[in-house]
Design a protein around this ligand. Sequence first.
Ligand SMILES: CC(C)(COP(=O)(O)OP(=O)(O)OC[C@H]1O[C@@H](n2cnc3c(N)ncnc32)[C@H](O)[C@@H]1OP(=O)(O)O)[C@@H](O)C(=O)NCCC(=O)NCCS
Length: 351
Amino acid sequence: MTIRQAIDEDNQALQKLQARCPQGTSLQVSTVNAPDFFARVRAYEDTQVLVAEDGDRIVGSAAAAVRPGRVGDSVVPVGYQFQAFVDPDFRRKRLADALLDGLDQYLLDRGAVLAYCLIMVGNDPSMRLVERRGFVRHRDLVMNVLPVYKTMKPRAPVAVRTASAGDLPAVAALVNETWSGVQLHGPTTAEELGAVIDRTPGLSLDQFLVAESGGELRAVVGFWDWSAVMRVEVLAVSRQLRRLGRGLRLLGWFRPTPPMPRPGRVLRQVMVTTIGGRDPTALAGVFCELNNSMKARGVEQVFCITEPDSAVTEAMRGFFRVPQPLYLYVKGLTPDAALAPGAVFIDGVDL
Ligand SMILES: CC(C)(COP(=O)(O)OP(=O)(O)OC[C@H]1O[C@@H](n2cnc3c(N)ncnc32)[C@H](O)[C@@H]1OP(=O)(O)O)[C@@H](O)C(=O)NCCC(=O)NCCS
């Protein structure tokens, strides 16, 4: 078995392998980075994708990225490990360990003091794997799935508009103020936000919504169009979800209800990124506008990662919201690296 860095020519083989590695329990989906396998990692400035090869057959891959993030009282390089998958024929042979050893080394070389990863509830193989590798379940977050199925009226009138380049300094300041002191947050600037937008396929300035009052920016939310970087197809729906779908269809005779995804359906989804603002009215306003503009674009689901009790979760009150537990696992790479207790910052681009 060889572990090496992925190259552009691996594109097709990686996509084929990813298609053979579906994820999810109640809703089983095939997620393939398409049209370009490598588009998804471009969201990060400093990243590495490794592949495992058996002869000339690619049988596994995993990726990592380094970014600045708060650990305790300082902002230091932190590493994120993601997108691990191993050919079903080669599972349980510790192949993922070989890939993740390589990624640990890359993170150490880049000066990262800790590594983190995000695992959805029910993904027992991944939890076994990372716990064996010294990761600790540090915090339980929520991955909120918001089906887009009806136009929503804002709870209070708030002026929401699309951001322009001139807003970036105020957006950066609002984001920094919102997450100031929060673990894993790295302060940003207008230039960095501009660079993220430029390098990330599926992200553009007009995908940021801002709420203003009294000439000041009160809230911002951006969305990443996943259809530019991945194809998500429903493979199977659990009996429990099918039952829920039948219930919703019946209820649909009386009021609008979200449809249940069916096998074979390619989903149109977006992920919330770059959230800022603490004013509940302004935050609720940008989320309502986000829902309404997604409805107009034919997007079926909005995903948003939050702390369970937070202003952002509160802003989604009144939405049909399916909360899924999402676990943040953390491992120190240097002896003293430890996150302080309390809230953490996870940007949607990580998922
Ligand atoms: C997670 C994954 C990359 C692990 O790859 P791997 O090379 O098989 O990893 P390991 O050999 O270390 O096995 C990890 C654990 O998987 C579990 N596992 C694997 N196959 C299993 C099976 N058929 N039944 C039960 N457990 C299984 C075991 O708990 C094993 O840990 P253990 O040997 O200590 O009991 C692989 O399962 C995979 O590709 N899953 C689908 C994609 C995915 O979920 N990626 C992670 C996203 S966060």
